[in-house]
Design a protein around this ligand. Structure first.
Ligand SMILES: [Ca+2]
Length: 134
């Protein structure tokens, strides 16, 4: 009887933990680019560590790329939009300066172009903020 009760409690706990883990995944800013997130990378083609976001960000100051000591501000060279929002990436903080747009109808940051900011004139290593548009 005791053993059966223990098994039931364990199963219930596992269920709760599973639900919590699932709901948390999209918001875990952990250096892994998960579904629902927008992520910038240190190097081209999604290499060199990432900073992941689940919402707009007015400034990248104080952030670092996961698994590195490199500051995110002014050091991004590629990005991936795994959210359902349109994301506009800006060269300056507070959504200022030159920008590129992920998804939607705006050029030039559609498809694979965001894999390498070196292909976008004067946009490599400048990103400092981004805004989600739902
Ligand atoms: Ca993440």
């Amino acid at each position: 009887m005791i053993r059966r009760l223990a098994a039931t409690v364990a199963a219930a706990f596992a269920l709760v933990a599973g639900v919590a883990g699932t709901s948390h995944a999209a918001e875990a800013l952990d250096g892994n680019c998960e579904s629902g997130e927008f992520c910038v990378y240190r190097y081209e083609y999604y290499a060199g560590g990432t900073t992941d976001f689940a919402a707009s960000r007015l400034s990248y100051k104080g952030l670092i790329f996961g698994g590195t000591l490199t500051t995110t501000d002014n050091h991004a060279s590629s990005s991936k939009n795994r959210s359902t929002a349109e994301v506009t990436l800006y060269a300056y903080a507070n959504y200022g300066g030159p920008f590129v747009v992920h998804s939607g109808v705006y050029a030039p940051c559609t498809s694979d172009l965001c894999a390498a900011y070196t292909q976008i004139p004067q946009f490599d290593n400048v990103a400092s903020s981004h805004e989600f548009t739902w």
